[in-house]
Design a protein around this ligand. Structure first.
Ligand SMILES: Cc1ncc(COP(=O)(O)O)c(C=O)c1O
Length: 423
């Protein structure tokens, strides 16, 4: 059965789509995934940072089923309660000032919406993004994406007037600085972009992941975020926080922007928002969103009633079960143990993260990125029942991103496997 599915996928599913394992899933519940061949795995990828409450959380499935019995689709012909209810709940948990929402289906769509809204509202064309950022694969979002050249190859020309500035990847500083002496040269570079390439009064927005995801699981220094915020406020540039991956408790707070007091004007949400049901959201200040005129943006499937009901139940369960606290505690436990492991294993160069968004960077003897060792560790863990994936432009960072409901015991078991695999 498994062999047939994989063979047929090779025949009928586009080769552009990369599957990260050879597991054909029969079912998945919580942190566990069961293959068709009966093998059981701990899913420490959370279905690509989406199953934040674990796979198929009972309360969410129940809410979705109840909604399915009533209404599956509206297509913007009819109003329905679950969409409005979700917007009201999101207003309560998103960073202050975000109070209106537009729902779509994927993270990339939300980013497209953010670009359009920022241009529409400001009347400016320019967009700032950051090296290492991943924002999706549709052409607009792809133009902002700069986490690896493979995503962009053969698609040029992309959107004009998009400028990239370095993201503060302090372990391998793009400006050649050392943490001890750094004066946030990444920001100096940004100021130079304004001096040499585009006048700041022509820039609509700066789109940033408050913690870099695909680009390497990198949290920026607080002072970088503060300076960025100050510059954006000074120049009337909207701050767009792309929280598609960092949102819904991944970093131990509802949103990673909360760690940095970023105060975004626009926010993009996806992945964990509805525990796996397809949904994304674009949130903005009322003063900005309300300027969008009818028809300036639209959707057929966005804000699907079932996905919205699932999202409401996701928020409820996250609050009721104190999931954010669990992410903080299990994340702190993992960080401590992984940092201790780093001291004992030469192949680990850096361990970093917030909450349950933890990156372990593998290096060669000379300190250069070690892609092969990273792949070997992932393969060995998979064999022992632990699913992990990598990230970073050199594919040398392993993401530790289990469901936020993972227990300390499960974390210990996973880290035992990981420790055993790292030489
Ligand atoms: C930060 C960020 N933005 C946008 C996206 C695109 O989301 P989607 O794949 O749902 O289009 C991703 C996906 O990984 C992401 O991590």
């Amino acid at each position: 059965m498994s062999k047939r599915v994989i063979r047929d996928a090779g025949k009928y599913i586009s080769p552009a789509l990369v599957f990260h394992s050879d597991i054909v899933v029969r079912k998945a519940k919580g942190i566990y995934v069961e293959g068709e061949d009966g093998r059981v795995f701990m899913d420490f990828t959370s279905g690509l940072a989406t199953a934040n409450l674990g796979h198929s959380p009972t309360e969410v499935i129940k809410a979705a089923r109840a909604q399915m019995d009533r209404l599956v689709h509206s297509g913007c012909i009819f109003y329905y309660e679950s969409e409005v209810e979700l917007a009201k709940r999101l207003k309560k948990i998103t960073p202050r000032g975000i109070d209106m929402f537009f729902f779509s289906n994927s993270g990339a769509e939300a980013v497209e919406g953010a670009i359009k809204l920022a241009r529409f509202y400001t009347g400016r064309q320019g967009i700032l993004a950051f090296m290492g950022g991943f924002h999706g694969r549709t052409l607009g979002a792809l133009t902002l994406t700069a986490s690896a050249v493979k995503y962009r190859k053969k698609y040029h020309p992309l959107l004009p007037s998009v400028y990239h500035s370095p993201y503060p990847y302090c372990y391998r500083c793009p400006m050649g600085q050392r943490v001890e002496t750094c004066s946030i040269d990444c920001i100096e570079y940004l100021e130079r972009v304004f001096k040499y390439q585009i006048s700041p009064d022509e820039v609509a927005c700066a789109v940033i992941e408050p913690v870099l995801g695909e680009g390497g699981y990198i949290a920026p220094p607080m002072k970088f975020m503060k300076r960025l915020k100050d510059i954006c406020r000074r120049e009337g540039i909207l701050i767009v926080a792309d929280e598609v991956q960092t949102g819904f408790g991944r970093t131990g707070r509802w949103f990673a922007s909360d760690h940095f007091d970023l105060d975004p004007d626009i926010i993009t949400l996806g992945k964990g928002i509805a525990s796996g049901f397809p949904l994304s959201a674009l949130g903005a200040r009322r003063s900005i969103m309300s300027k969008w005129t009818p028809g300036a943006h639209g959707t057929t499937f966005g804000g699907n009633p079932v996905s919205c009901a699932a999202a409401c139940a996701t928020i409820d369960k996250t609050e009721r079960d104190k999931v954010l606290l669990n992410a903080q505690e299990t994340g702190a436990h993992a960080l401590k143990r992984l940092r201790a492991l780093k001291e004992m294993r030469r192949s680990i160069g850096d361990v970093r993260g917030l909450g349950l968004m933890i990156g372990v960077e593998f290096i060669k003897k000379d300190g250069s990125p070690d892609k092969e060792e990273t792949a070997r560790v992932i393969k060995k863990c998979l064999k022992a029942g632990l699913v992990l994936i990598e990230c970073g432009v050199d594919k040398n960072v392993i993401r530790i991103m289990p469901p936020l409901t993972v227990t300390v015991r499960e974390m210990k078991k996973a880290l035992d496997i990981f420790e055993e695999a790292v030489v």
